[in-house]
Design a protein around this ligand. Structure first.
Ligand code: AMP
Length: 581
């Protein structure tokens, strides 16, 4: 039996799901009051900041005074203030306590990363979100003591002109001591050493994550990443490197592709020659048909696969299910570099249906009804507890790290309430829209069109690896261009049919009528060389993003010239739709 002090320590460390759930229930039962208190706390802590002083709140911290004094803003409005912080000014700019870290958001939409202030409070709220969803998940699908194959990657970090550390939000979180403690308490420590997570090259890190996963394959309880894309990307990589992984395990010698000395040293502590294991894995891989059910074959005790699966991640679900076989897919929570918003507290729902319950104490949330968005003047927002079921809104955030009434750019739909806090479904990014004339097609419309057309490829045993779009206004009339990377060779006839199907699948009345009167030209499908999306990923990682935070830009505008160039330079075939005559 363990000595008493060890048992007490273990109890302290053990995760108590029921306490976390009770805490969440009491917060959400009183969401309105909690929101008022949270706003008061944020404004009190930061009252001395230059930005807040400018709006003359004069000690009035109630929601009415706040919304009448402080304007609703976008990142562009706050950018000069964030720049001042990054440049190292010595007075409080956006927050009372100085900001010491900057987050680099992925900047998928704009084509370049944005700076966002980061502080310890954001780490705390991240842990609260992790704990909350884990508590509900663990009640539904308990795990035992084990490890997680966490496909996570630290991005490059650099210092700003003023000496502040800058990196992606996930990197800031992974580097915090609280992260490790929380993962330990949740019985899901990563199976890979830190040196792998923070390796200098993500291709090498990914290889080592897969290797560690195989070494600890029987202990793996969960496979996770921030977004589903990186899980799919990792297993696509597995398909290419499995023989090399087996050889490393057989000989105990790490592949020469790993050149980062710190990663090599760390891996030498986990990799020992194990020919039996290598044979077992080799045999399993050979027996799989088209890698169907790869995950349960390799990781027999994996309880579920966890990562954000909604929004722009939905297109990867088909492939993920293919790898996952019978293993359950659970969507992770809803948040951004600007802070977390809601937790998935209904883990029984299939990933496409996932809702996110807003945590009322992690920020002050307002909602901009979609119908208000295009009106001139200050729009009319509603509070967290006043949103209407079935309505769509853009999320507006006030957080503990210096963002006040900040438009996040995401559209969400209210599906219901958990006690008095809304449960949101992610709809799309607001500005990702294909539009030429009176047509309006969102990321979701594009996804549905691609899904419909990709069914034609399925009959040929092919799939769309990834896709994006562009509005080509150089031609007259302008037309939609859809870029596809396909898993193999498809015939011209099949791709022509896919192109026609894409054109017909945009059912938006504005698009259909514009196509009929030729105010929009025929849709063009451009097929890309294999590996093009890998080049786009490499480009974003080069800008400071991390694989686990990567989101394929679904609509590439003229501001995103580099990505557009990568796409255009890699077109191997193109097809023009003959739908609409
Ligand atoms: P980042 O730029 O890396 O901070 O990404 C944040 C963005 O990712 C959010 O603004 C959303 O558009 C998207 N996102 C985050 N969580 C989810 C989710 N659960 N479902 C869909 N999209 C999400």
């Amino acid at each position: 039996m363990q000595p008493l002090h060890c048992r007490i320590k273990n109890m302290e460390k053990r995760f108590d799901s029921e306490t976390v759930i009770q805490e969440f229930e009491s917060l959400t039962k009183d969401a309105k009051r909690v929101q008022i208190e949270t706003l008061k706390k944020i404004l009190t802590e930061n009252g001395e900041a230059e930005y807040l002083k400018k709006w003359n709140l004069d000690g009035r911290f109630d929601p009415q005074s706040y919304s009448s004094c402080v304007p609703v803003v976008t990142h562009q409005d706050l950018d000069p203030y964030i720049q001042k912080i990054a440049d190292g000014v010595s007075y409080p700019v956006l927050t009372g306590k100085p900001i010491t870290t900057i987050t680099l958001s992925s900047g998928t939409t704009q084509g370049k990363p944005k700076f966002v202030p980061y502080n310890d409070e954001l780490t705390e709220t991240t842990m609260q979100i992790y704990r909350t969803s884990f508590a509900f998940r663990n009640r539904a699908f308990p795990i035992e003591n084990g490890k997680a194959l966490s496909l996570i990657f630290g991005s490059k970090q650099f210092t700003t002109k003023g000496g502040l550390l800058a990196g992606t939000a996930t990197t800031n979180v992974y580097r915090s001591p609280q992260f490790k403690k929380t993962m330990q308490a949740m019985q899901t420590p990563s199976c890979s050493p830190d040196e792998v997570i923070f390796g200098s090259d993500f291709h090498q890190s990914l290889y080592c994550h897969l290797l560690c996963g195989l070494i600890f394959h029987e202990e793996i309880q969960i496979i996770s990443s921030t977004f589903a894309h990186s899980i799919v990307h990792s297993f696509r990589t597995f398909e290419l490197v499995w023989e090399e992984l087996c050889s490393d395990i057989r000989t105990g010698v790490l592949s020469a592709r790993i050149t980062d000395p710190s990663v090599r040293t760390a891996m030498s502590k986990v990799l020992t020659a194990n020919p039996d294991l290598a044979d077992k894995i080799y045999k399993k891989c050979q027996e799989l048909t088209n890698w169907n059910g790869l995950i349960p074959e390799m990781f027999p005790n994996c309880k579920y696969i966890y990562g954000i699966m909604t929004g722009s991640m939905e297109p990867y679900l088909k492939k993920l299910r293919h790898y996952a076989g019978k293993v359950r897919l659970l969507s992770a929570d809803y948040g951004s570099s600007e802070g977390w918003i809601g937790a998935n507290v209904n883990p029984n729902l299939p990933p496409e249906m996932t809702t996110y319950a807003v945590l009322p104490n992690i920020g002050y949330f307002e909602f901009l009804p979609l119908i208000e968005i295009d009106l001139v003047g200050q729009p009319k927002l509603v509070g967290l507890t006043d949103v209407q079921i079935g309505e769509e809104y853009e999320v507006v955030v006030t957080n503990f790290a210096g963002l006040y009434r900040y438009r996040l750019g995401d559209v969400v739909k209210v599906i219901g309430f958990h006690n008095s806090t809304p449960e949101l479904q992610f709809v799309c990014r607001r500005n990702l829209m294909l539009t030429i004339n009176i047509d309006k097609n969102t990321e979701k419309d594009l996804q549905l069109a691609v899904e419909a057309a990709a069914k034609i490829l399925t009959a040929e045993k092919l799939e769309v690896v990834d896709f994006t779009s562009h509005v080509d206004l150089a031609s007259d009339p302008g037309h939609y261009v859809i870029f596809w990377e396909v898993s193999g060779e498809a015939s011209d006839a099949v791709l022509k049919e896919c192109c026609n199907c894409l054109d017909k699948s945009f059912v938006d009345a504005g698009y259909v009528s514009s196509r009929k009167v030729k105010a929009i030209g025929p849709l063009e499908l451009r097929v890309l060389r294999r590996g093009t999306f890998q080049k786009i990923l490499d480009h974003y990682v080069g800008l400071g993003s991390a694989l686990n935070q990567f989101k394929t830009p679904r609509c590439v505008g003229p501001a995103n010239q580099t990505v557009l160039q990568i796409l255009c330079n890699n077109v191997v075939k193109s097809y023009i739709s003959s739908s609409f005559g």
